[in-house]
Design a protein around this ligand. Structure first.
Ligand code: GDP
Ligand code: GDP
Length: 438
């Protein structure tokens, strides 16, 4: 299920970051953080009254004296936020009054059709919170709400109103029969070419479906009776970002797409091989429990043995931590093996949804015991008693044992490898838990 997005905008020093930190509180799960020249924004997960959402802190766009240089930046920030968000929190400083920069932001927000919440911050004293409050009404973006980000006054009321306008869970609920596929990777590796291939005429495009963030367009395709949603194909078409750091944008976009995907197609340019950035993205997909297929695109350009060796070496180096990820040599340009991509994706999704029989799991444990493979420390020896699958998508396998603390990464990997030999788990991460038998 995807999460609605709330963006916090405003000129520098009004208290945006302070407010975001308060809303996020201990849930400091930063989805992504980046410092750029033109912008510095971070994505956090937050929740209020049981509603989960992503909050974007558009952060410290540096204060610039010249209005000429300031204007494009503030515009870019507000436009980006409005594009991505389901709701916008516009922060102004109640201790200084309206500035030209506030007017600038307001002007942009008035042109958008997203709900805007005007927060008058630094109202630390509730007794005087209404002083000068109504001045801000002239910004033309609705009723000003007094708030103190440092003390927390007003944040509850604000969040009540914000979550009330977010898309309902029903609207965000995904259809169980549909396989959601995110195509991720660095710019220019061929993501949109691949998406176009996959959505080719043969496969009867069912429809373009609006995603949660309003400009996220998903494409539905059907392949061998399986309905497949290509998540956020609009993000891949997006080529008109003048000021935006394209690398960063496609990364964030990919992250958001992953949040609602069953399977990630990680596209790499075979002429570059798998890069460190690709490795990071693979890790993030695994953390989110996505199945993964590595697509080595532009294979039409790979002609020599040496080039081939270089690609393979990069896979060995960067993907060793997840050697269960299948890879396929493709060319979105010629169409080479693009059908195979869907085949791999569908099998990876099936593996991710696998139900492992308890009896077979325990047969395997018995074999490991008989093989004498265990760990011990200071006279204590690990005894695995019983295993069962306790979760799905991706599979979670819990092993009850006498001493979970003895299990180290090596041993975990050993057990995971044995599981992968026994069951068809190609393309899916698995979670292995060791619990003390009570
Ligand atoms: P941003 O640039 O908009 O993200 O602003 P920051 O969150 O970094 O805050 C700028 C300054 O305003 C910092 O010194 C904060 O401590 C201060 N500040 C933020 N919120 C409040 C508030 O509610 N009351 C007061 N008095 N100061 C605040
Ligand atoms: P994206 O930024 O990842 O969506 O990449 P695009 O799909 O826009 O492709 C970037 C460039 O690579 C374009 O010029 C494509 O024509 C080219 N390209 C994409 N796939 C292939 C391929 O398989 N082989 C070759 N030779 N070029 C490709």
């Amino acid at each position: 299920m995807s999460l609605p997005v709330v963006a916090v905008v405003g000129r520098p020093n009004v208290g945006k970051s302070t407010l975001v930190n308060r809303i996020v509180q201990s849930r400091d799960a930063i989805v992504h953080e980046s410092r750029g020249v033109t912008r510095d924004r971070s994505y956090h997960k937050a929740d209020w009254n049981g509603r989960d959402f992503v909050i974007i802190d558009t952060g410290g766009i540096e204060s610039v004296k010249s209005k000429d240089t300031f204007a494009p930046r503030i515009r870019e920030q507000a436009v980006m936020a409005a594009e991505e968000a389901d709701a916008i929190i516009f922060v102004v400083d109640g201790s200084t009054g309206i500035t030209d920069e506030d007017e600038e932001v307001a002007k942009i927000l008035r042109k958008q059709d997203k709900p805007v919440f005007l927060v008058v911050n630094k109202k630390d004293n509730p007794a005087t919170e209404n002083d000068n409050l109504w001045d801000f009404y002239s910004l033309g973006v609705g009723e000003p709400m007094p708030l103190s980000a440092t003390h927390g006054y007003g944040t509850g009321d604000l969040l009540d109103e914000v979550v009330a306008v977010l898309p309902s869970e029903d609207e965000l609920e995904d259809d169980e029969d549909v396989l959601s596929l995110a195509i991720v990777g660095r710019p220019n590796v061929g993501k949109s070419s691949l998406a176009n291939r996959l959505a080719g005429k043969k496969r009867s495009i069912v429809s373009d479906v609006a995603g949660t963030t309003r400009d996220a367009i998903d494409t539905m395709i059907e392949w061998q009776g399986q309905r497949i949603r290509l998540v956020d194909t609009a993000g891949m078409r997006k080529k008109n970002l003048v000021h935006e750091d394209v690398e960063y944008y496609s990364m964030v976009r990919g992250l958001m797409a992953m949040e609602r995907a069953d399977v990630c197609l990680l596209v790499v340019d075979a002429t570059d091989g798998v890069t460190e950035q690709d490795q990071k993205v693979a890790n993030m997909a695994i953390d989110r429990g996505c199945a993964l297929v590595l697509c080595l695109n532009k294979w039409d350009l790979i002609e020599t043995e040496a080039q081939r060796d270089r690609v393979v070496a990069s896979i060995d180096k960067r993907m060793q931590f997840a050697s269960w990820v299948p890879y396929v040599n493709i060319s979105a340009l010629t169409g080479r093996a693009t059908d195979k991509v869907l085949q791999f994706a569908v099998s990876a999704a099936q593996a991710r949804a696998a139900h492992l029989r308890t009896s077979e799991l325990n047969n395997l444990l018995e074999e490991i015991r008989q093989g004498g493979h265990t760990v011990s420390d200071k006279g204590r020896r690990l005894k695995m008693q019983y295993a069962t699958q306790t979760g799905s998508k991706p599979p979670v396998i819990t092993v009850w044992c006498n001493a979970p603390d003895l299990v180290d990464d090596n041993y975990k990997r050993f057990v995971e490898n044995r599981l992968r030999e026994r069951f068809d788990l190609v393309g899916t991460p698995i979670r292995l838990r060791f619990r003390k038998k009570s």
